[in-house]
Design a protein around this ligand. Structure first.
Ligand SMILES: *Cc1c(COP(=O)(O)O)cnc(C)c1O
Length: 361
């Protein structure tokens, strides 16, 4: 490439995102528990909507997402005018960074925060600021202490990935109230639907002007392959995001699938209940084997081993048995493995393999 052609500052500081692996050489019957995917898949209504939408693909999709925003508003009790839809919630978060941060600005997140946050910061030329957590839990005081007059965005996932922990509404409200005037609090609610009755920050968005909530169809709705997410925030911010998104960012198929999925509240509830049941079962089974985890509020657990060597050895044993979980050394957690909650047989299979590993040592 010509020397003179250079990307924007920050872009070459980005380490490529590594998705969860899905193949093991020479192994059939691979069990993938590395990307927090829903083992039950999407609702049947979503599958049917996808099939129907396939007849309209010569037409451009609508640009205003009205039907999807209306469905989200009815199901989650939010104002449809302030719902923004993106190509996965990652797209929504990236657009926020592009719109509100640039060179010289700071983007704050925590030490075990989602690995996309530094990528969004670097991509817009802003400076990532990493704040310590307190025993794998977001520390509001530490975040407030790290904020300066350059802070533009504060990203926290609640529940958090990969720790699975969360902070209470009073703590989130204290964080929002304590931020400098030019900083926006972004509550990433990718796992919010796994928490019974949780509003994911909706009331705080409505009470304040400096809070934005993002949500996704990739996790409990089982539509990670479809790429749909949404956000809820002050009208001024929604107006900004609508100016910079692609006009046809969501395909006809994606819009139809998401609308049907969000309206199928019975399926969502079934997924939440099944996840909670097998998550607690797996956490207990591993704890009895001497592998503790923090109480998870999401669809995975963060299993803690004695040290990095033991986590690596267990990961190798799981791979030998066709099971892929997530190494989280890149999240500053080299002694941990993040294990997605699969269905009953998946949970039994991974627990059995870890019991073998512990017994064999
Ligand atoms: C999975 C995940 C997302 C969702 O990404 P999509 O782009 O919506 O698929 C967002 N934030 C966190 C913390 C996640 O784990």
């Amino acid at each position: 490439m010509a020397d003179g052609i250079q990307p924007q500052p920050g872009i070459m500081d980005i380490a490529l995102y590594k998705g969860g692996e899905s193949h093991l050489d020479g192994v059939s019957n691979v069990l993938k528990l590395s990307s927090n995917e829903n083992p039950l898949g999407p609702s049947d209504a979503a599958r049917e909507a996808i099939a129907r939408a396939s007849h309209d693909l010569h037409r451009y999709p609508p640009t205003d997402h009205t039907k999807l925003r209306t469905a989200i508003a009815e199901v989650w009790g939010v104002d449809a005018e302030r719902v923004f839809c993106g190509v996965g919630s990652g797209d929504v978060l990236k657009l926020l960074a592009e719109a509100y941060a640039g060179p010289g600005d700071e983007v704050v997140f925590t030490e075990h925060g989602f690995s996309m946050y530094p990528i969004y910061a670097h991509a817009c030329g802003a400076t990532p600021v990493v704040v310590a957590e307190n025993e794998r839990v977001v520390d509001v005081d530490a975040i407030l202490a790290a904020c300066t007059d350059k802070t533009k965005l504060v990203f926290i996932a609640n529940p958090a990935n990969p720790t699975g922990t969360m902070i209470g509404s009073a703590e989130v409200a204290r964080l929002a109230a304590g931020l400098p005037a030019q900083a926006l609090l972004v509550l990433d609610g990718a796992y919010a639907e796994f928490v019974d009755g949780f509003d994911a920050g909706k009331a705080l968005v409505e009470a304040r002007q400096n809070v934005f909530m993002s949500r996704t169809f990739s996790k409990i709705y089982g539509l990670g392959g479809m790429r749909v997410g949404w956000g809820y925030g002050p009208q001024t911010i929604i107006d900004v995001l609508n100016r910079i998104r692609g006009p046809f960012n969501l395909s006809t198929v994606a819009l139809a699938a998401a609308e049907a999925a969000v309206r199928d509240t019975a399926h969502t509830e079934k997924c939440r209940v099944e996840n909670a049941k097998w998550r607690d079962w797996l956490a207990n089974a591993l704890a009895e084997l001497g592998v503790p985890s923090d109480t998870s509020t999401a669809n995975f657990i963060l299993a803690r081993f004695a040290d990095e060597a033991e986590a690596t050895a267990c990961d190798n044993h799981l791979r030998d048995n066709g099971i892929i979980v997530r190494r989280v050394a890149g999240y500053g957690l080299p002694h941990c493995l993040r294990i997605t909650i699969g269905d009953e047989s998946a949970c039994r299979r991974v627990a059995h393999a870890i019991a073998q590993f512990k017994g064999a040592k």
